[in-house]
Design a protein around this ligand. Sequence first.
Ligand code: HAM
Length: 424
Amino acid sequence: MSIKYRKPKGTRDLMLLEMERWQWCESKWREVLARFGYGEIRTPSFESTSLFTRSVGSGTDIVDKEMYTFESKGGESFSLRPEATASVVRAYLENGLTRQPGTVKFYYMGPMFRYDRPQAGRYRQFHQVGVEAIGSSSPVLDAEVVRCATSLFEAVGADDLTVQVNSIGCENCRPSYVDDLRSWAQGKKDEFCDTCVSRVESNPLRLFDCKNEGCQKLLADFKPISEALCDDCKDHHTQFCDTLDALSVRYENDDSLVRGLDYYTRTTFEISAGSGLRQSALCGGGRYDYLIGQCGGPTTPAVGFSAGVERIVRHLYNQEYDHQRSRQSIVDVFVVCMNRQAQQFALQHADKLRSVCRVEIDTTDRGVKAQMKAAVSRESSVVLIVGDDEINNNQFQMKNMETGQQLPVSNEDLIAAVQEVLAK
Ligand code: HAM
């Protein structure tokens, strides 16, 4: 066999057992999100490029290096969405939701696209589950949003997590901090790595994102942003942390948590697996009080987060991740058919069985042994065997896979007999 087509680099085929895990996680998350008062939003997979350059920000890796941008036949520039916050804000404004009373709360699940260097846990098409809560500047909402994120992890049994929080200030206190940082770093350009040197001019705060040990050491000499916050930002952060304490959410303050997107003000946070290494971030978020204004709406405070689904599923199932990948989905009843008539007979009677359980009819025309092997691989509790005799007598041979017992069961008694086995 020579396979002619391969998936694009950095993408994955989600299927079989892994897909079942995703669906299970998604159903748990939908329950949690509904309980926190979020309603689902699905926005387009592509938007005007300028939406992302304005919001995520030019000077960020996402916009400068990672966007899939193309020109439409009509000559407009579009980009596959690298994240969803900007799209939710666009939809909030375009659909006139500014007049809604109270906080508007959306959640989303879906694919995002970033032309990133692929590696374990980092893909070019990946999926996020996230929330955006629009319309309140209260630090209590920031804490509720963090609690919502930790609840998503709890709901799927993810533990060994680290929550890191920070405040990166507001329009009043951040600009002078950034100016000081830029001037200080300009004097040390020779000592920073090449990426940092370019960030000194374009986006000095992002120096703190650098993984290079030398750069980190240098930055340790510069005052952290927490020391430059204005009184309002300090108050906000204190109330945010106090609320997290009251909710018993365990967290660490991390002065260097600046996040890689431009729209944040005040609260930023990340949730990582175990060690708390930034590279292993499972979830990131924060407050963005100016973004809606920048997108043409009235100044409206907002806060949200997004979590990477691939990374969460990987964190949950790390050890058995690969060797079980090609397992097919489980069925309750597997029908072994001796010939084509038997397949037809089975299909005619499958509807009523399918009203109570999951049924697979084998139509491969293979021998009984091969079909039984398939039944075992699908973890069926009941195998029904059909040949000419069964058709003539309007019945099935029913094998209980746990006890090995095999009995003829008439068509009328089939549902009750199958249900009895499944109930055990
Ligand atoms: P972000 O930190 O860029 O934030 O992404 C959030 C999460 O998406 C990351 O923590 C990670 O789990 C996952 N992720 C990001 N890039 C990749 C990738 N290439 N492959 C696999 N997973 C990835 C945002 O996207 C913001 N929109 C979060 C937000 C919402 N802030 C406020 N509201």
